[in-house]
Design a protein around this ligand. Structure first.
Ligand code: AMP
Ligand code: ZN
Length: 483
């Protein structure tokens, strides 16, 4: 049933590779997590849905998964390269709040989105500010030739790494055209390892170090947390495709300098065997942004009445390496598709699953599902296999339930935890309660039974005035809709 070899697209080699774990039977995965200076937008959450499907697939394939996601609460500048202000400090100043409170607030908001999207909890959430001593130790182990100090702090000399930027390919030459923002930097691509607090200033977050009081660079954090929790080399490093250009090449450069190639994987010498990147969620108007246009937070989707798992399904409908365009129509279509699935599992709700049992009717569809998910996480095809399994008739219900549960363990749609009414469109702005709607619909049913169509129509109009559309004979059994 899970025979297909797991092939994953490695951004380092730009090719599909069969997954071979560093430690037999295990899979160790590091995912670059959010910078908790603001709410995540739904594009950011696509990165974690992707990492979650990867983790679930590794579990499906029988590996013991250790997944780490970090929380960046220090060091990320407004420009991914090396320019601008610290995102956290900037937001703390704008909101006149302590940076620690800002970090806590947005971390909790991110975790709420993680739960709402049924993203499994990783083995560990590593928080950058908990690892500052380890970061200092790590840098102290990097041979001096790779580092230089200037007034603003300690920098990494990217010219000391033979194949610096191999992950980014074309983007590196663009980098050379960037304006040199920091005085004294030797090469435009060089980056801060430690940012010294300017004389006469204090930062809310700063630590003593051999290079003066200051704060670590963003790239350093991920190298250090990955190394400390998973060991070099670990199996898979993930992030959004923007990280392929600056953040991950810089992590790799640090890893190489730290190890002197001694503790890295011989094949790649990068710290992780496979580097995987999800493509962007975009808006019709272009790049998704937190500052311009409608700020597409998951909570906005929920407030407009969409169940968050409809967004998860929308993500799964595209391959993670393809760009995905967000639209409200697309979200509505995903919601309808999810509702059809939930309706199809309805008759299995009370049936105990029979996990050990096999049934020849399911063998081909399970094989198709496995082939799809093992083919670099081809979730669009895996979803159609799930729907085929849902449509199988005249079969033992316990076996069918076990098959659907297995598939859903990979896709994470929580099909057995959802009800039809969970998926009803119900905007937060609506003031009428469900109990009121139910009472009105019951009165209308009575009026129709008594052939009092004038009364029945009047009730329908009353409901319409409050935003409730009565949907007689809707094939999905949606009796009403708000909005
Ligand atoms: P940040 O909090 O800015 O570090 O971003 C968190 C994650 O979201 C990173 O892995 C980014 O690469 C990823 N990301 C940013 N924007 C998008 C987007 N529009 N679509 C998908 N992933 C994104
Ligand atoms: Zn990172």
């Amino acid at each position: 049933m899970t025979d297909a070899p797991l092939k994953l697209f490695n951004s380092l080699t730009r090719s599909l590779e069969v997954f071979e774990p560093v430690h037999a039977g295990e899979a160790r995965v590091y995912t670059c997590g959010p910078t908790v200076y603001n709410y995540p937008h739904i594009g950011n959450m696509r990165a974690y849905v992707f990492a979650d499907v990867l983790g679930r697939t590794l579990t499906w394939k029988g590996y013991t998964l250790t997944h780490v996601i970090n929380i960046t609460d220090v060091g990320h500048l407004t420009d991914d390269a090396d320019d601008g202000e610290d995102k956290m400090e900037k937001m703390a100043a704008a909101q006149a709040q302590s940076i620690w409170d800002i970090a806590e607030h947005y971390k909790q908001a991110y975790w709420a989105d993680v739960r709402a999207l049924n993203i499994r909890q990783p083995a560990q959430w590593t928080v950058a500010t908990d690892y500052v001593p380890q970061m200092i130790e790590f840098v102290e182990s990097i041979p001096e030739k790779h580092l230089y100090e200037i007034e603003s702090g300690l920098y990494f000399d990217t010219s000391t790494i033979e194949d610096y930027g191999v992950l980014a390919r074309a983007a590196i030459t663009e980098g050379e055209g960037r304006i040199e923002a920091v005085d004294g930097k030797r090469h435009p691509a060089d980056f801060a390892i430690w940012r010294r607090t300017p004389p006469g200033e204090t930062r809310q977050m700063e630590w003593d170090s051999p290079w003066g009081r200051g704060a670590p660079g963003w790239h350093l954090e991920c190298s250090v947390m990955g190394f400390n929790v998973l060991g070099f080399p670990f199996d898979i490093h993930t992030g959004g495709i923007d990280h392929r250009e600056i953040h991950h090449p810089n992590e790799i450069a640090q890893n190489q300098a730290f190890c002197g190639h001694k503790c890295l994987d011989e094949k790649r010498k990068s710290g992780a065997n496979i580097w995987m990147h999800n493509n962007f969620l975009v808006e019709r108007s272009g790049k998704m942004s937190k500052s311009s246009g409608e700020f597409l937070r998951l909570q906005l989707l929920i407030d407009k009445g969409y169940h968050p798992l409809a967004y998860r399904l929308m993500c799964l409908q595209a391959h993670y390496r393809s760009e995905l365009e967000f639209s409200w129509e697309g979200l509505g279509a995903a919601l309808t598709r999810l509702k059809r699935m939930v309706m199809a599992v309805g008759p299995l709700a009370e049936v105990p699953a029979q996990p050990e049992a096999e049934h020849p009717k399911f063998a081909p569809v399970l094989a198709r599902f496995d082939d799809a998910i093992a083919d670099d996480l081809n979730t669009p095809i895996a979803l159609t296999a799930l729907e085929e399994a849902l449509a199988v008739k005249k079969v033992d219900a316990g076996i069918k339930r076990a098959v659907i549960e297995d598939m859903d363990a990979v896709l994470g749609l929580n099909l057995f935890g959802l009800t039809r009414s969970d998926l009803r469109i119900r905007p937060k702005s609506a003031t009428i309660t469900e109990a009121e709607i139910d009472t009105a619909l019951a009165r209308r049913k009575d009026a129709r039974a008594a052939k009092d169509f004038a009364a029945s129509d009047a009730i329908r109009d009353e409901l319409a005035a409050q935003g409730v559309e009565v949907m007689d004979g809707d094939p999905l059994g949606w009796e009403w809709k708000l909005g």
